[in-house]
Design a protein around this ligand. Structure first.
Ligand code: NAP
Length: 259
């Protein structure tokens, strides 16, 4: 019989903003399966909300402040989690940001600064976090999951520079999987269909994305956040032990459609 018992495992989760965050759906599944968790939140603005959510979990889950644009924050959160738990088994990277003006209008108008910001926060951060966390993961072997979207491969109007960032993120997944494989660390991404979250609602035309995806997807509906949580549980746990460098679509099948 196959069971998922993650007791004794530790997960570090980046990207919980509120109860609708995909990171929260993943965290809940990991916690239900027995893993202990630590949360990294961007700044004071979010602290109280993330604290409130973490308190809903039956076992205590410490919180650490970390703005991923600051190398010192990334190093500090990993070393604090290392000091508390001795290791990291699972890393969840569920972070993205682009300036509002870069998520509407013409991609051609993307400024150098807007490009830099989007790629720094949404793609580079995975590399920085993986570098700091790897020494804490390699002893027992570990697994990293990030979140992407199919606009990495196709044109989705208004998604603009975030599509470029997701393409960079997906390539980083493959490159990191290659380099971290010998250290027994797997790296994968979930390409999720649209879900109404804080960040998603900042994309001009997001409601259209939701409607088109529901109407065209083979399953005839949009996905639920818990389905991203289930897929992450598979990729992070021993059930996904043979999978690395993969982009797993959890999108009700939308991405297979031509017309
Ligand atoms: P979300 O709840 O708004 O989560 C995004 C998180 O990124 C927030 O916690 C946000 O914190 C954090 N973040 C932004 N800048 C940061 C920084 N400098 N340092 C640390 N954290 C930072 O939205 P979500 O939809 O769950 O997004 C999670 C991931 O899923 C993203 O990579 C997104 O692209 C991806 N995704 C989402 C969908 C969707 O339709 N929702 C579909 C496919 C993929 P603040 O709130 O403080 O900025």
């Amino acid at each position: 019989m196959i069971t998922i018992d993650l007791a004794g495992k530790t997960g570090l989760v980046f990207g919980v903003a509120n109860q609708k965050s995909l990171a929260w759906a993943i965290a809940r599944r990991l916690h239900e399966a027995g893993a202990d968790l630590a949360f990294a939140y961007q700044g004071e603005r979010l602290k109280e909300r993330v604290e409130g959510l973490a308190k809903e979990l039956p076992r205590p889950s410490p919180l650490f402040q970390c703005d991923v644009t600051r190398d010192e924050d990334v190093a500090s959160v990993c070393s604090q989690v290392g000091a508390k738990f001795g290791k990291i088994d699972y890393l969840v990277h569920s972070i993205a940001f682009a300036r509002k003006e870069d998520l509407e209008g013409d991609f051609l108008a993307t400024s150098r600064e807007g490009f830099r910001t989007a790629l720094d926060i949404s793609a580079y951060s995975l590399i920085g976090i993986a570098r700091e966390a790897a020494p804490l993961m390699e002893k027992a072997g570990g697994s990293i999951v990030t979140l992407t979207y199919m606009a990495s491969q196709r044109v989705v109007p208004s998604y603009n520079v975030m599509g470029t960032a997701k393409a960079a993120l997906e390539h980083s997944v493959r490159q990191l999987a290659y380099e971290l494989g010998p250290r027994r660390i797997r790296v994968n991404a979930i390409s999720a269909g649209p879900v109404s979250t804080l960040s998603a609602r900042g994309i001009s035309g997001f409601l259209d994305m939701l409607h088109v995806s529901r109407d065209k997807a083979p399953l005839g509906r949009n996905i639920e956040p818990g389905e991203v949580g289930d897929a992450a549980l598979f990729l992070l746990s021993h059930l996904g032990s043979g999978v690395t460098g993969e982009i797993l679509y959890v999108d009700a099948g939308y991405s297979i459609m031509g017309t």
